[in-house]
Design a protein around this ligand. Structure first.
Ligand code: BGC
Length: 251
């Protein structure tokens, strides 16, 4: 079965039809730049272009980088335009996509769902925490494979700041931190999460997951296993499509 997935990020809006039997993109993805400011109207136009590029007419799953309740209502907007807050995103996107059925999910939750089914979390029971280290830090918490949605662990406090302002990959870039320096912050953050949740496994996603060899060996004193995500750039697209498929089946 194929369902369309779209990942809305700080820099790009990326999408493709997803082959849900294999957990892979069925065609090469299409990307448009995220408008700045990233307002509902501008982002919806980008989404329309991506979906239209494939002439897609079926269900569409989308990710959003903030809290999303009931597959539709946006509750927070840390790294996008604040006018998103309280937007009925399902209505907005569905209207822009000529009435196609739409499901909207937090971006890290979507990426986590895909990692648990097709990637580094496959078959893992107990508590698993998937973190996406990008512009912000996204989190997806699983207990025996079931998602606890909208956990927002990137906003825990670290060094007196929002953790994502200190330990995201954007923080590494903005402050020009060495791998050693950044890994120290990440280690402190992971230790805090371990104290709160005692997970069996941390899965680290986002762009830096491709550079795991540069920093994983620098993280010490964490009892849980720490592994890089496997689906990398496409986890959000795949997870968004999986969640849209689930809603489609429930309808
Ligand atoms: C948002 C989360 C999101 C994460 C990654 C955070 O700032 O609050 O909802 O998952 O960034 O995009």
């Amino acid at each position: 079965m194929q369902i369309f997935g779209v990942d809305i990020g700080g820099s790009g809006i990326k999408g493709a039809p997803v082959d849900l039997d294999r957990g892979e993109l069925a065609q090469e993805r299409c990307k448009v730049l995220t408008p700045h400011p990233a307002t509902p109207d501008g982002v919806a136009e980008g989404v329309r272009q991506v979906v239209q590029h494939f002439g897609w007419t079926g269900p569409v799953g989308l990710t959003f980088p903030g809290v999303v309740t009931d597959g539709s209502t946006i509750r927070t907007a840390a790294n996008v335009d604040k006018s998103w807050i309280d937007t009925d995103a399902r209505a907005l996107f569905s209207e822009r996509l000529d009435g196609l059925p739409v499901t909207v999910t937090n971006d890290a939750d979507a990426a986590g769902v895909a990692e648990m089914r097709y990637g580094a979390g496959r078959g893992h029971r107990g508590t698993v925490i998937v973190l996406t280290l990008g512009t912000g830090i996204g989190s997806a918490v699983f207990v025996d494979g079931a998602l606890v949605p909208n956990t927002e662990l990137g906003h825990l406090e670290l060094h007196g700041h929002d953790a994502e302002k200190k330990a995201s990959s954007k923080a590494k870039e903005d402050e020009d931190l060495s791998w050693e320096h950044w890994a120290k912050r990440l280690q402190k953050y992971l230790a805090h999460l371990e104290m709160l949740f005692s997970p069996e496994l941390f899965i680290l996603g986002g762009g830096v997951s491709r550079k795991a060899d540069k920093f994983l060996h620098l993280i010490h004193g964490i009892r849980a296993e720490i592994v890089p995500a496997q689906l990398q750039n496409n986890a959000g697209i795949v997870g968004a499509a999986m969640l849209a498929a689930r809603d489609e089946q429930a309808a």
